[in-house]
Design a protein around this ligand. Sequence first.
Ligand code: PNS
Length: 158
Amino acid sequence: MTLALCPGSFDPVTNGHLDIIERSSTTFDEVLVAVIANPSKEPLFTLDERKDLLEKAVAPFGNVRIDAFEGLLVDFALARGVDVIVKGLRAVSDFDYEMQMAHMNRRLTGIDTFFLPTSHEYSYLAASLVRDVVRLGGDVEGLVPEHVLVAMRERYRR
Ligand code: PNS
């Protein structure tokens, strides 16, 4: 039984995240999606909102669970009995930082990181870009689930 961990800020979950989560769910026995409780920047959505948006998005996948963590990712991973961390790589620009984290996480605990190339249609996608585009009234249809789009429009209306 292999348990894979997909960590992130998920502010909000995008179809790029879901691409990685879905492909992990068909590769590993179980997937735990871990939402960081306190991301470095003030998030658009609270932790509970980010978790709820994710819960709805992963409902079709039978072997995916959502949880939240604070502090070191690897401490959370050890406590949950995680076997591997899975990260998506969009482009070369992701590579340096992701490699640093993968090496550090392995050094700290021995837990390895598996990288999946993000599907090409999402290779430029970032939650920060999606937030900007929606805030400024642009169209992100097809880049986030419909319920996420509704929640974002509602949030920026205030
Ligand atoms: O969606 P993001 O913001 O790219 O996710 C980054 C995240 C949450 C996976 C990363 O920042 C992280 O693992 N943070 C937890 C703190 C930690 O363990 N830092 C040391 C990494 S070597």
